[in-house]
Design a protein. Structure first.
Length: 171
């Protein structure tokens, strides 16, 4: 009788649940880096310099998640610094060649223009920034515009607010 109990316990101890080991294997392949700097180039010339305290990457996709003090320096078609984007976190799509910034997004152009919003997309293919979110835009002359939806070149000189709101005084 004791032998049957021992055999039963040995069979249970040798049993393996494949679902558990598969989940463990998938999570092990994620990559985590700290104090990262990513340079995006075009024909060897810099287009964007991205820095963040933390980078997360899953092997299953081509998206990098950047968190903690994300800063993106954007460069114009002549590869001169044009503007800086700061946000709480960002997603870099290697496949789409885009950066999505989220949370307390501030875009400061070198010419003094400034955009404040909650989310922003920079599309490297067309070298433009977009948002569908609420925004505040402060021009170089210190005029402040409010609205929802925005599109611009990266130095904020050719911009459009999709749904502007507010009052303009013509004094």
């Amino acid at each position: 009788m004791k032998f049957h109990y021992l055999a039963f316990f040995l069979l249970i101890a040798c049993y393996s649940n494949d679902n558990t080991s598969e989940k463990t294997t998938k999570s092990v392949h994620s990559q985590l880096s700290s104090d990262v700097e990513i340079t995006l180039t075009e024909m060897g010339n810099i287009k964007a310099l991205v820095t963040a305290e933390l980078l997360e990457k899953n092997d299953d996709d081509f998206v990098l998640k950047l968190t903690n003090d994300v800063v993106v320096d954007l460069y114009d078609t002549n590869y001169h610094h044009s503007s800086t984007v700061k946000s709480d976190y960002a997603l870099v799509s290697e496949k789409e060649n885009q950066i999505n910034a989220f949370g307390n997004v501030i875009v400061k152009a070198d010419n003094g223009e400034e955009l404040l919003t909650d989310s922003l997309l920079w599309d490297n293919k067309v070298d433009r920034i977009f948002t569908d979110a609420e925004l505040i835009f402060i021009s170089g002359e210190l005029d402040t515009f409010y609205g929802k939806g925005f599109e611009s070149n990266i130095d904020l000189t050719e911009w459009k607010i999709t749904k502007p709101r507010g009052i303009i005084n013509n004094d």
